[in-house]
Design a protein around this ligand. Structure first.
Ligand code: ARG
Length: 458
């Protein structure tokens, strides 16, 4: 006969192969704190509405607290034959406190229980992620301030385009991060509703007080529809979607850091403690941290994909498929968390090589557009100016020098309207300083953006 908590109608015990196949305790045990919190709130509510006695609920609350301590101390024996975290804890509770433990599950199902546990867990994960994003965004702001005047090439097509300031580049990263932040805040708000009360799928016959449980667990309210509540994992998908976008951003920054750290660019130096060496090539200092972040982005996108595909074929309401939500979700949480941690620690120590950045911008004819704009201001049509500057660039390239290194006389050979004031606009500093509007790369604008950011974040 079956020893399962649900074994009443079964004539033979579960195949050990099926036990091994269907268990989730090996990966959902990490929900234990949230499971216990949810159970305590549920039990207190049952007592408040008269379904459980005060003695029962006292024993349950005490028993669950003791079990949590047992698990914290690593003294809890998880049993595969009890399937999941929920039944492991419930069985242990009954072992410890007797019959009162058997009354805990009144008016509840594992379906609304697990939906509650995961929401509580993801909510905590979001709060951790938001704090880590704040730290990283702060590091970018500080570094942008230090590098507000640092001129570097800006790229399009990875070809040198126009000079920008490194501070401006760092603030671009920060903008991406702020949008990620708002996506997690959004996801948190949408998911912060209590599932308990949905029971298996249809609700429960007991006079439950869902609002009370919601308040105790810090939910903003209760879910509207029991079928939807036990079934959908869109909140987990939203977490993974926000995490994927965040990882895509970190991956793009990683790609830039990796390029910049090569001797060919030499724009930045990554701290030694964030790099590793080669077992064969003594000269190597490899940017493993950004490389791994770029690589781990693939995992998180995979996690998102797994959850989307997991959901797409499921009829209402709960299906066991949903047990497969946990590993991708936990993987996404763990991955995004550690990536934010390492980036948060590394970014403040990324050293800009200012002379190299300036030199690269100087050698790339990055102020050619400035010369064209100068000619336009002197009355030439932009398309003509574009052509004139093209010829000047070709000439300078042949001479192996920058436009600003050509003599006034030579420049006037391309257009007689060019005067000595041209050298104010075709230098690197003149070029960046001229882009002096909100969103522009001028050091003054970078400083203004930083000041606005500091005012907002306090
Ligand atoms: N371990 C299950 C899960 O993660 C818990 C819910 C099981 N419910 C059920 N009716 N078998 O989804």
């Amino acid at each position: 006969m079956s020893a399962k908590l649900w074994g009443g109608r079964f004539a033979e015990s579960t195949s050990t192969l099926v036990e091994r196949f269907s268990e989730s305790v090996s990966f959902d045990a990490r929900l234990y704190r949230h499971d216990i919190r949810g159970s305590i709130a549920h039990a207190r509510m049952l007592a408040a509405v008269g379904v459980l006695t005060a003695d029962d609920v006292a024993a349950i609350v005490k028993g669950l607290g003791d079990i949590e301590a047992e698990i914290d101390a690593g003294q809890f024996e998880w049993k595969t034959e009890l399937e999941d975290v929920h039944m492991n804890i419930e069985a242990r509770l009954t072992e410890r406190i007797g019959d009162a433990g058997k009354r805990l599950h009144t008016g509840r199902s594992r379906n609304d229980q697990v939906a509650t546990d995961i929401r509580l867990y993801v909510r905590d994960a979001i709060d951790d992620v938001l704090a880590l994003i704040d730290t990283l965004a702060g590091a970018l702001l500080d570094l942008a301030e230090t590098e507000a005047d640092t001129v570097m090439p800006g790229f399009t097509h990875l070809q040198i385009a126009q000079p920008v300031t490194f501070g401006h580049h760092l603030l671009a990263w920060r903008e991406q991060l702020l949008r990620d932040h708002s996506r997690f805040v959004d996801a948190r708000r949408r998911m912060n509703l209590l599932p308990l009360g949905a029971a298996a799928l249809a609700g429960t016959v007991y006079p439950i007080d869902r609002a009370r449980v919601a308040a105790e667990l810090g939910f903003d309210g209760v879910t509207e529809n029991s079928l939807d509540t036990v079934s959908d994992r869109d909140f987990a998908i939203e977490f993974c979607a926000a995490a994927s976008l965040l990882m895509v951003h970190l991956s793009r920054w990683s790609e830039e850091l990796i390029l910049w750290a090569t001797p060919m660019f030499g724009f930045v130096d990554l701290p030694d403690r964030f790099c590793t060496g080669s077992s064969i090539m003594p000269q190597k200092k490899n940017p493993d941290v950004p490389e791994l972040v770029r690589g781990k982005t693939a995992r998180v996108i995979g996690d998102l994909t797994a959850l989307l595909v997991l959901m797409k074929g499921q009829p209402l309401a709960y299906n066991r498929d949903n047990q497969e939500d946990k590993e991708p979700l936990f993987d996404a949480i763990d991955t995004v968390t550690i990536c934010l941690q390492v980036f948060g620690e590394m970014m403040p120590h990324v050293k800009a090589n200012r002379p190299r950045m300036r030199e690269a911008a100087f050698r790339g004819f990055s102020t050619a557009t400035d010369l064209a704009d100068y000619l336009v201001k002197k009355g030439m049509a932009f398309r003509d100016a574009h052509h004139v500057v093209g010829s000047a660039v070709a000439h300078a390239a042949k001479q192996g020098c920058d436009l600003s290194e050509l003599s006034l006389e030579t420049l006037q050979g391309f257009s007689p309207t060019i005067a000595a004031d041209v050298f104010e606009v075709i230098t690197l500093d003149g070029s960046v300083a001229a882009r002096d509007h909100i969103g522009g790369t001028a050091p003054a604008q970078v400083r203004a953006a930083i000041a606005r950011a500091r005012q907002q974040t306090g």
